[in-house]
Ligand binder design. Structure first.
Ligand SMILES: *Cc1c(COP(=O)(O)O)cnc(C)c1O
Length: 422
């Protein structure tokens, strides 16, 4: 098939790929089409997808209901801007998200990427304090191992290494990046930090699972500690559920699983089931009240060109229908059980440091470094798409993956562990 891959060779000389040293990057796998949990390669091979396109395709690829929603909206009207005009899909989606998210979270701002959703959350938190009392609370508390995006403000609340704080010193604002309060000492340290500094606008956390940082998991008690500390010191709590939202942990939101409600919630990734970009920042009634005043200066000053994109919102509405109509959360729990059954035995291997599972997320952490690029190639040779993060080999499959497909993925990880033995 000499011509089939023409686009690939020609484009490879011009495309600038994410997180890649282009000079040494091994060739990515050219994909022709997708179906369910399968990636169909240009060369005719098929891969079982263990990643779900950066954790987005929770309903499986090419779900007919999502495709139909996109087609129908495209035929009627691809999009009109939300400045001065209105369209049904964004308004319906805002009302539905207000309904399905916990507590008084009820005011929804749409963006196109998770990073910008977090930027908006940070902007809201700073302006909230300003609008209420004129106080300049301009800094944030975040956690080691965390990831919140790649724009400068979001880099500042990432893990210092992940956020490349030293490389971009002077450009990335300095924040308080501390340990998660997963012990009494650390909880006390956080409490002191919040007591000593009156410049803190909010605490931001990925609830229950720090995704990009290596699928690190913590208990709901950590989030209860955060909630109590924020309340004690009059600081907002932001949950970045861009990864954990929409069923990933087994409840619709990690906030539900943990029984803790934040003041601001960020959503993205699975919001459209991987079909189009869309993200959302949702504020509580109390936060919103600080903006809803007689002063024009109290308005939120943010407005992406494609805010509330109609096709994206139509797909997101169809995705919410699927959570209502189909037994998605039960499917996540079935995936969780199978992941535990099939991966937990690896924990006894000497080369394995840890096996952890939460909802449709599994991580096998190895003790020693291995060649990540070689491992990625090896998984493709096994007919699977699995991309280790450092020493962590993880799965974030679609919730509707067939049980035998999931077994192929866990089997590949077990075989991979075998290659690292002794
Ligand atoms: C992916 C991710 C982001 C960034 O989202 P983008 O759409 O890539 O900008 C932010 N926070 C978390 C927790 C994420 O997983």
């Amino acid at each position: 098939m000499p011509n089939r891959n023409d686009w690939f060779r020609k484009g490879l000389d011009h495309i600038w790929l994410p997180y890649a040293q282009m000079k040494t990057l091994p060739d990515p796998a050219p994909i022709r089409s997708t179906e369910g949990s399968l990636l169909l390669m240009e060369d005719g091979r098929t891969l079982i997808d263990g990643v779900g396109s950066w954790w987005t395709s929770v309903h499986g690829y090419n779900h007919p209901a999502l495709l139909k929603a996109a087609h129908d909206q495209l035929d009627a009207m691809p999009h009109v801007m939300l400045g001065g005009l209105a369209h049904e899909q964004a308004y319906r989606l805002a009302a539905r998200l207000a309904q399905v998210t916990p507590g008084t979270l009820s005011r929804v701002f749409f963006t196109e990427s998770g990073s910008v959703a977090v930027e908006v959350a940070m902007k809201i938190a700073v302006q909230y304090a300003m609008n209420r009392t004129g106080a300049r609370r301009t800094r944030f508390v975040s956690f080691k191992g965390g990831y919140h995006g790649d724009t400068f403000a979001t880099m500042s609340v990432c893990d210092p290494e992940e956020g490349m704080h030293s490389l971009f010193a002077g450009v990335v604002p300095e924040q308080y990046v501390v340990d998660l309060p997963d012990s009494d000492d650390r909880a006390a340290a956080l409490d002191r930090l919040l007591a000593q500094h009156d410049d803190i606008a909010a605490v931001i956390v990925e609830p229950l699972i720090q995704g990009a940082g290596g699928m690190r998991m913590h208990s709901p008690a950590v989030l209860q500690t955060l909630r109590a500390a924020c309340d004690r010191h009059g600081v907002l709590l932001i949950f970045d559920e861009i990864f954990t939202g929409f069923g990933r942990t087994g409840e619709l939101f990690a906030a539900d699983r943990a029984g803790v409600t934040p003041d601001i919630l960020c959503l993205g990734k699975a919001l459209t089931g991987g079909v189009t970009p869309l993200a959302a920042t949702i504020a509580s009634d109390e936060v919103y009240a600080a903006f809803h005043t007689d002063s024009a200066e109290h308005a939120l000053m943010h407005g992406p060109t494609f805010t509330g994109h109609a096709i994206a919102c139509a797909v997101a509405n169809a995705g919410l229908d699927l959570f209502e109509r189909e037994p998605r959360l039960a499917q996540v729990r079935a995936v969780e059980k199978q992941l535990l059954d099939e991966l937990d035995p690896l924990a006894s291997l000497p080369q394995v440091a840890d096996v952890r599972v939460c909802g449709a997320v599994a991580a096998v952490e190895f003790r020693e470094d291995f060649d990540v690029e070689a491992a990625r190639r090896w998984f493709i040779e096994q007919g699977t798409f699995i991309r280790p993060l450092g020493r962590v080999v993880y799965l974030t499959p679609s919730y509707v993956i067939e049980s035998r497909q999931l077994s192929r993925l866990t089997g590949a990880i077990a075989d991979f562990a075998g290659t690292l033995a002794g």
